[in-house]
Design a protein around this ligand. Structure first.
Ligand code: AMP
Length: 399
């Protein structure tokens, strides 16, 4: 990572910091926050700026407004923000741009916070409009990017704005940790490096697989997407999930694995069900030979033993996507085995990164949330990083 400035060493005394956060939190019908994690996670960055004697202008989006919907106002976050920062004066600007907002920003004193209204109330945000970015930039002296989950978007306040702070732009503590963790896996991993990929479809993971094939020592395939590989290798997969149009792509990957010396592990056996339901009749079959009336929904015992062994002998692990239909308890053992083995590998000293909505839900389901080196909740931004793309939000800070 080569950002010019670091939040940890920057002195914010007397400065107004524009902090781009991701406060896109779920609200219920009473407009109360259902999950405060995203706000809580930004607090260390806010405290550092305030403790230095700086002030903060918070910039965020909430949802996907079409017509400035009241339900998507950031105003609804004020009671919670005040409760977690009880000694701080926090103001709300009910427009994110305009003369009144400019004045509120100008009047802000050291130790105070101004929360701007939803930047997506203006189409200029998603269009990456430079004038819109310039106006918001004019409210602050320094830009702090603390919204990694938006880093794959070239929006006005997630990327474009940074150019107005050539010497005073940096990552927030959370974004820095997220990028450091991804770099530990994708740039200088301790070896062997193992990637575990699951989930339903191969089509959504092709770019990731292609990029990982140039980097990993071991690639473990699970979930529904394994069946497209099994069929590409001539297997009989019964009613199991398969993307027939992806078979040629799967064959190319098989060929590429031979050329790059990556060890690819496919399932050996499967727990299958006679219907897509938790109370399906279950039986174990070789992954290459599932009867016509059965559907592979979880890893079989031999596969579990093999995958566990590879995981426990890895020094760096990236896990994305469940190994089976983990939402159904009777088909969750494979995903639990991986979650547990990656946790054990972490205990043994491996660096482990878990990411993607379903893997994170699985880890929560198994109460293993604190068992990994890093859990990424950044979704799209994380996946695009693993695909090897340069993210606009990162380039904006590092350029
Ligand atoms: P994705 O959104 O592509 O990451 O896929 C996540 C979903 O894949 C989860 O909801 C799992 O239930 C599902 N899944 C995993 N393994 C299988 C399988 N063998 N058959 C059908 N669905 C699966």
């Amino acid at each position: 990572m080569c950002a010019k400035q670091s939040l940890k060493t920057y002195n914010f005394k007397g400065k107004k910091a524009l902090v781009r956060v991701d406060y896109n939190v779920p609200l219920n019908e009473e407009l109360q926050i259902q999950d405060t994690k995203r706000i809580d996670a930004s607090l260390p960055t806010l405290h550092k700026i305030l403790d230095d004697g700086g002030s903060i202008i918070l910039v965020s989006h909430l949802g996907r407004p079409k017509n400035k919907e009241y339900q998507l106002s950031l105003k609804h976050l004020m009671p919670y923000l005040k409760s977690v920062l009880p000694d701080v004066n926090i103001y709300f600007a009910d427009q994110c741009i305009g003369e009144q907002t400019k004045q509120m920003a100008a009047k802000l004193q050291a130790g105070e916070i101004l929360l701007l209204e939803n930047v997506r109330y203006f189409t200029e945000e998603e269009a990456g409009d430079e004038n819109f970015a310039r106006e918001i930039a004019s409210y602050g002296d320094v830009f702090v990017h603390e919204a990694f989950s938006t880093a794959h978007r070239k929006h006005a306040t997630t990327a474009v704005i940074a150019k107005f702070f050539p010497n005073d732009k940096m990552y927030g503590l959370l974004m820095e940790k997220e990028i450091d963790s991804l770099a530990k896996v994708m740039q200088n991993p301790k070896r062997p490096l193992t990637a575990i990929l699951g989930g339903s479809k191969i089509s959504t993971k092709i770019k990731i697989i292609n990029n990982l094939m140039t980097k990993v020592d071991n690639l473990i395939i699970g979930g529904g997407m394994d069946f497209t590989f099994q069929k590409a290798m001539g297997g009989h997969i019964g009613k199991s999930l398969c993307e027939d149009d992806m078979i040629p792509v799967a064959q190319e990957i098989l060929q590429k694995a031979k050329e790059t010396n990556v060890n690819i592990y496919y399932t050996i056996d499967r727990i299958a069900g006679d219907k897509f339901s938790n109370d399906a009749r279950r039986a174990i079959y070789p992954a290459k030979n599932i009867p016509d009336d059965m559907e592979g929904m979880d890893l079989g015992p031999e596969t579990c033993i093999k995958y566990r062994d590879v995981i426990l002998n890895s020094a760096t692990i990236l896990w994305n996507g469940p190994m089976g239909v983990f939402e159904m308890d009777n088909f969750s053992i494979g995903t639990f085995m991986v979650a547990d083995a990656v946790a054990k590998a972490t205990e043994k000293g491996a660096f482990t990164l878990v990411g993607g909505g379903d893997s994170v839900s699985a880890v929560n389901k198994f109460h293993l949330t604190d068992s990994y080196s890093y859990i990424s909740t950044a979704g799209g931004a994380m996946l695009e990083y693993i695909e090897g793309k340069q993210l606009p939000g990162i380039l904006a800070i590092e350029e």
